[in-house]
Write a protein that binds this ligand. Sequence first.
Ligand code: ZN
Length: 301
Amino acid sequence: MTLLALTGCGRSEGGATPGSGGPAAYPYKIATTVGMITDIVKNIAGDKATVEGIMQGDTDPHTYTPGRSDTLAFEKADVIFYNGLMLEGKMGDIFVKMAARKKVVAVTEMLAEEKLGDESYVMSDEAEHYDPHVWMDVQGWMRAVKAVAKALGEYDTKNASYYEANAAAYLKKLEQLDAYAKQVISSIPKQKRVLVTAHDAFNYMGRAYDIQVMGVQGLSTESEAGLKRINELVDYIVTNRIEAVFVETSVSEKNVQALVEGAAAKGHTVKIGGELFSDAMGAQGTYEGTYIGMIDHNVST
Ligand code: ZN
């Protein structure tokens, strides 16, 4: 399979590695992009660093245009963590630029070489674009936690065992979350385990928990959904008597509404089953504003 080349921002081959000197003082500064990355980095960095996540609330990372304060946060940071695999569509240039001067880590790109049986752990679509939505599989995000702990241990070598210990404690909680997700989803009869959403953010959840997933838009929300795709999905919903479809907090409801209306026009009632967190977590300071709360909410919904 000839997957698109990784940007390689997280790595610097040859010569001195930027950021290899370690922190000059504590707490040092980390800047991150999406909330899901921010949360795991906070859990592992503990009191050794302050972590500033630039994407708050229901921000859509695919279409996010960084502002001056974001660039400044990255400029000031000692270490940068981002998701990678093109999730942060318009921000790639910033990371390439910054990687020449400091440690910049694309978390999911570190997982691209990992295997699941014979296959790469990281999924890709028919056009061979990598799927960046790894957090939707709790075991996938556990891999990300290990990758973050490793990267922090490489940057701040004298605290490597501290990061390892924080990661181990957090991984225990994620293990419970994964078991909970498996238990809840498996209680839904297999033929009813169909998840129709606004965009293709749930492929990893589908693979991990045995759910058939379908999105109106593709892996990114950057291109508009075609009428053809909407009609295909309406036909599927009507033929298979699907009872519910789901909207996403970071994506407009418009396309999912079109499915509901399209099905109604063909005499089938499908309701909006609820709102899921796809590419953004809930409000800061709430349970849903944590990675664990986000997944718990999605699974329960
Ligand atoms: Zn997405």
